[in-house]
Design a protein around this ligand. Structure first.
Ligand code: DAT
Ligand code: MG
Length: 166
């Protein structure tokens, strides 16, 4: 079975705290993800806006109500507020497994239904929820390209993936 790729981000709330950053990194290792690429960066506000606009598509753009705009603005400000760490992770079930390891989006829910998940352990608010993970194969490809423009998925599947599979 071929390995699947996902984009994982550690958000500014977690990168700012060395013990939390390390704990999240350890979750990646202990769940047997392969780290294909990793980088730390400060995200420009415009890139952040573009990323979430494309990624959430109509969902965020159609939120014309104040609460919707407020949450999108807040998300963008937050994601550009400090360094983030981006990973390309590989695993047989990378997308779903990473989302399970992260736990639910909303911190209250995460605390209650998945207290041992990353968000259940470290999430601060619904916006400052420690990590991001792609939600489908299509968004994983787009998100990987956004953060790792030099990475060729096609080349990786042809040359590297066959040697990593077991
Ligand atoms: P996820 O990150 O679990 O895929 P999402 O794609 O629905 O969740 O939303 C993207 C991010 O937007 C999420 O990680 C944090 C923020 N967010 C989502 N819902 C929110 C809410 N109700 N209030 C504040 N921030 C929210
Ligand atoms: Mg999402």
């Amino acid at each position: 079975q071929a390995l699947q790729l996902t984009l994982a981000l550690i958000k500014p709330d977690a990168v700012a705290h060395p013990l939390i950053l390390e704990a999240v990194h350890q979750q990646i290792l202990s769940n047997k993800f392969l780290i294909v690429r990793m980088r730390e960066l400060l995200w420009k506000k415009e890139d952040c806006q573009k990323f979430y606009r494309e990624h959430e598509g109509a969902k965020l753009e159609s939120l014309d109500s104040d609460p919707g705009r407020f949450f999108y603005q807040r998300l963008v400000e937050f994601m550009a507020s400090g360094p983030i760490r981006a990973y390309i992770l590989a695993h047989k079930d990378a997308i779903q497994l990473w989302r399970t390891v992260m736990g639910p989006t909303r911190v209250f829910r995460a605390r209650h239904v998945a207290p041992e998940s990353i968000r259940g352990s470290f999430g601060l608010t619904d916006t400052r929820n420690t990590t991001h993970g792609s939600d489908s194969v299509v968004s994983a490809s787009r998100e990987i390209a956004a953060f790792f423009p030099d990475f060729s998925e096609q080349h990786w599947y042809e040359k590297e993936e066959p040697q990593l599979r077991c």
